[in-house]
Design a binder for this molecule. Structure first.
Ligand code: ARG
Length: 456
């Protein structure tokens, strides 16, 4: 293994198996940019505070900036033998600028350093993730607006329930995604505290200026307890929890679309460019993209469980176990970004099978509640109205009749209050028009919501 930050204390070298087993460079190299930015801010502070000579601080910052450029341009060659990203950068800096590099780690530990790196990484990723969620909301909104005149049967228990506007159904997705964004931003707000200066766990006797580093790195505040600073991983748990809930939402949207694209439902057609075929059945056009979105949730939930198990029962404060928090964190973020990216593209490639959907709206079962409410408006109690309509629906089903075909006398058998005017409620448009309670599915309500989200 390459130079260790602690090598001299050991009377002999470590076993190569130890090196291999403890190294994290294979995955924490992803944090290189943040590690270097944190080190530059730290070096500048050390110089300003005269903890190290300002000229040395300048040399260190310059060397680090050169390394940063290499990392950003992809020229940086990570050392697979390094213990971790911190050692790798430190090592290279020493090669670049000599002994003075060894002043960088003054008043710092890898324990506060890694907490800083990961917080900076997640903060950036949350910005990307919330933008992707917004992109998806926009794609859904566009689809809703394009199809604002489409009514679909709504379902509960996956049984036909009542008519709703397709746009209303789409707006439901948009609402849930908005909560996902709020959860991510809420996690962001809580993690926005700068841990550097906590050192190993107890702070330092050197006259550091933590607020200067905070400002330089764009944190809202500094952490207030050095032990908590190096032992806390709530920000990872919260991020993965928010992503888990988000991925559950994505899986439910995917499942709706999968169902709707079946021959049985036939509500939508998904463009060929977002489907795949079968190697044996020539007729197939499968919604694999949506199935993989649905399936990816397992990975994200697994990532959350992973980190919860990892942290459970760990004693204060830093423990090396915590090194293993990164693979599930990275996987969770990568997975959800992938799901969002393709979902945005897919939504622009769905069309509604208008005629097929319209044909499903002949089912008079969709209007049973409307008839109940018609009777309630005529002074009948809810219970009695439910019984009347229940009896009528059952008879019609048994006799293979439609309510709309019953004459006045036949209607009155169920209730003297059932007049012929009830028939005007046996249509999908009449049904959605009635639902004008706030948040309901009437065109007026839905139009208001579409406009609200459009502005947002
Ligand atoms: N690589 C470690 C991690 O990811 C940080 C290094 C802390 N190591 C140590 N021996 N104190 O958590």
């Amino acid at each position: 293994m390459a130079n260790k930050l602690w090598g001299t204390r050991f009377p002999k070298g470590t076993n190569s198996l130890t090196d291999k087993f403890t190294s994290s460079i294979a995955f924490d190299k992803r944090l290189a940019v943040y590690d270097i930015l944190g080190s530059i801010a730290h070096a500048k502070m050390l110089g300003k505070q005269k903890i190290i000579p300002p000229a040395d601080a300048n040399k260190i910052a310059k060397g680090l900036n050169a390394i940063l450029k290499d990392v950003e341009s992809g020229k940086f060659k990570f050392d697979p033998q390094a213990e971790d990203i911190h050692s790798n950068v430190q090592d290279l800096l020493a090669k670049k600028i000599g002994q003075v590099a060894h002043k960088l780690h003054t008043a710092r530990s890898r324990n506060d350093q890694i907490a800083l790196d990961v917080k900076m990484y997640i903060k950036d990723e949350i910005s990307v993730l919330t933008e992707l969620v917004t992109d998806l909301q926009k794609a859904i909104l566009k689809f809703a607006k394009t199809n604002s005149k489409v009514i679909i049967p709504g379902y509960t228990h996956l049984q036909v329930a009542q008519c709703v506007l397709l746009a209303h159904h789409m707006l439901a997705y948009i609402e849930s995604l908005e909560r996902d964004k709020e959860r991510l931003l809420d996690a962001y707000r809580r993690m926005d505290k700068m841990p550097l200066g906590s050192c190993a766990l107890s702070g330092t006797g050197l006259k550091i200026n933590r607020d200067m580093v905070r400002k330089e790195l764009g944190f809202k505040a500094v952490t207030e307890n050095s032990i908590d600073s190096v032992s806390d991983r709530d920000y990872i748990i919260e991020t993965l929890a928010a992503l888990s809930i988000l991925s559950v939402h994505l899986s439910r949207i995917a499942e709706d679309l999968i169902l709707w694209s079946t021959k049985e439902f036939n509500f939508i057609d998904i463009d060929f460019s977002f489907c795949t075929g079968s190697s044996i059945m020539p007729h197939k056009k499968n919604p694999d993209v949506l199935e993989l979105i649905r399936g990816s949730v397992g990975k994200v939930q697994g990532d959350l469980s992973n980190i919860l198990m990892l942290m459970k029962g760990l004693p204060m404060s830093y423990n090396r176990d915590m090194q293993l928090d990164k693979p599930p964190l990275f996987d969770g973020i990568d997975t959800v970004k992938g799901m969002l990216e393709i979902f945005v593209a897919l939504f622009a490639n769905i069309v509604i099978e208008k005629e097929a959907v319209a044909s499903k709206l002949d089912d008079e079962a969709l209007f049973s509640v409307d008839i109940v409410e018609y009777l309630i408006k005529k002074g009948i109690s809810y219970r009695e109205a439910h019984d009347i309509v229940g009896a009528m629906v059952r008879d019609c089903l048994d006799k293979g009749k439609k309510i709309s075909s019953l004459n006045n006398a036949q209607l009155r058998v169920y209730s003297p209050k059932l007049g012929p005017d009830v028939k005007k409620f046996l249509s999908a448009w009449a049904s959605v028009n009635l639902k004008n309670s706030f948040g309901g599915t009437s065109p007026k309500q839905v139009q208001g919501q579409l406009e609200k989200w459009g502005k947002k």
